[in-house]
Design a protein around this ligand. Structure first.
Ligand SMILES: Cc1cc2nc3c(=O)[nH]c(=O)nc-3n(C[C@H](O)[C@H](O)[C@H](O)COP(=O)(O)OP(=O)(O)OC[C@H]3O[C@@H](n4cnc5c(N)ncnc54)[C@H](O)[C@@H]3O)c2cc1C
Ligand code: SF4
Length: 332
């Protein structure tokens, strides 16, 4: 497969990138590591007259910790650099599980958070689609995976997304109207054709991580068909903060993705104020997975929904136990 022809720009600032995107009137796309966008252009599932490369913008390369313990990470920071966030265990684990070495070296945190939703059908080549009626995601009016469905259920595929959502991260977005901060979970929506609430004129410039009080721990895990170079069938992340006594839960959050159309936050309120034990975490995981909505098998058609829901429960329990152990080791 060959790349189609396109113009190329390498702006020096996010504001210049926004200007270029606005002038292109919807016909430009942002390029960062390119590991998701360039294959999509080859397949013809995305088109662009202009690619705006934001990877060289210095402000998007920053990685800094503020005095109050917040961490700000530029959207063009490579996945490998996230390994230095040693106290943010779920982020480190998720970044290391993305694809395999070559793609991991090229991929960026921003590109990963905004990676497109996947579907076995939509990810076929231009030739494969020739003569077939397009589905919703390709501008048509039908779905091949859920023929009676009225919307696209392509699967959310980012490994970092559940880890960053569970960590309470906010995205900084620059648009023609200025800049704003958005909780990451609000960046996503339950629409496989348009999984991110960004207009084509907006650039995510950086991610704001909240301070990490003592007694915090987190964990990420993923199940895929292959151990490497494979998207998640299901992935999950959890975060726990313990009281100064090291046994009582002060804060807990969890997110699942991979088999849903957007990273889904699960309720863990009953954990807060409880003395944590493995049995308590098992019960919390069992209750939480009941809140996962529609499970989609669009990206791997041979793995059914009931198996995926069970895997989500197992992953969630494992993540909670590991997050608790890490939190306890900080206090003890
Ligand atoms: C074989 C293969 C295996 C893969 N396995 C995995 C996996 O296991 N887990 C996983 O999570 N991903 C996987 N990926 C997807 C991809 O490689 C990674 O998600 C990668 O981190 C994407 O980052 P990037 O910088 O290359 O994104 P790009 O391709 O540059 O961008 C991705 C999308 O985000 C948009 N975008 C990028 N940056 C911004 C920004 N700052 N603001 C607004 N929009 C932006 C782009 O326009 C594009 O639509 C795989 C890809 C391939 C080809
Ligand atoms: S799930 Fe979405 S991408 Fe897949 S066939 Fe249906 S409409 Fe197309």
């Amino acid at each position: 497969m060959r790349l189609p022809r396109f113009d190329y720009a390498s702006p020096a600032s996010a504001e210049e990138a926004v200007r270029l995107l606005s002038q292109a009137g919807g016909k430009a796309k942002i390029l960062c590591g390119g590991t998701d966008l360039l294959p999509a252009l080859k397949r013809g599932s995305k088109t662009a007259d202009l690619l705006v490369n934001i990877k060289e913008i210095p402000a998007l390369q920053k990685m800094e910790e503020t005095g109050d313990g917040r961490v700000v990470i530029g959207a063009a920071v490579g996945l490998g650099r996230l390994q230095s966030l040693s106290r943010r265990q779920a982020v480190v684990q998720a970044a290391s599980r993305v694809a395999a070495a070559e793609l991991n070296n090229m991929g960026t945190i921003g590109g990963n958070i905004l990676v497109d939703n996947r579907c076995w059908y939509c990810n076929r080549s231009r030739d494969w689609w020739r003569g077939k009626a397009p589905c919703f995601k390709r501008g048509g009016s039908r779905c091949y995976v859920f023929p009676s469905g009225r919307q696209c259920r392509a699967a959310a595929s980012s490994d970092l997304a559940p880890a960053l959502v569970a960590a309470g991260v906010k995205a900084e977005i620059v648009s023609p109207a200025g800049s704003r901060l958005l909780p990451l979970e609000d960046l996503y929506q339950a629409d496989g054709t348009r999984p991110h609430r960004l207009t084509g004129e907006e650039v995510v410039t950086c991610f704001h991580f909240p301070p990490l009080p003592r007694g915090s721990g987190s964990s990420f895990n993923k199940v895929a068909k292959r151990q490497t170079l494979d998207f998640a069938l299901v992935n999950a992340a959890a975060r726990i903060r313990l009281d100064a006594d090291g046994t009582t839960c002060k804060e807990a959050s969890a997110t699942v993705s991979g088999s849903v159309t957007f990273p889904t936050v699960l309720p863990l309120d009953p954990l807060v104020g409880q003395k944590i034990t493995p049995a308590v975490l098992q019960e919390a995981a069992d209750d939480a997975v009941k809140h996962i909505g529609f499970i989609t098998h669009a990206a791997a058609l041979d793995v059914p929904a009931n198996y995926r829901r069970r895997v989500a429960g197992v992953l969630l329990r494992q993540c909670l136990v590991q997050a608790w152990e890490k939190a306890a080791s900080e206090v003890g």
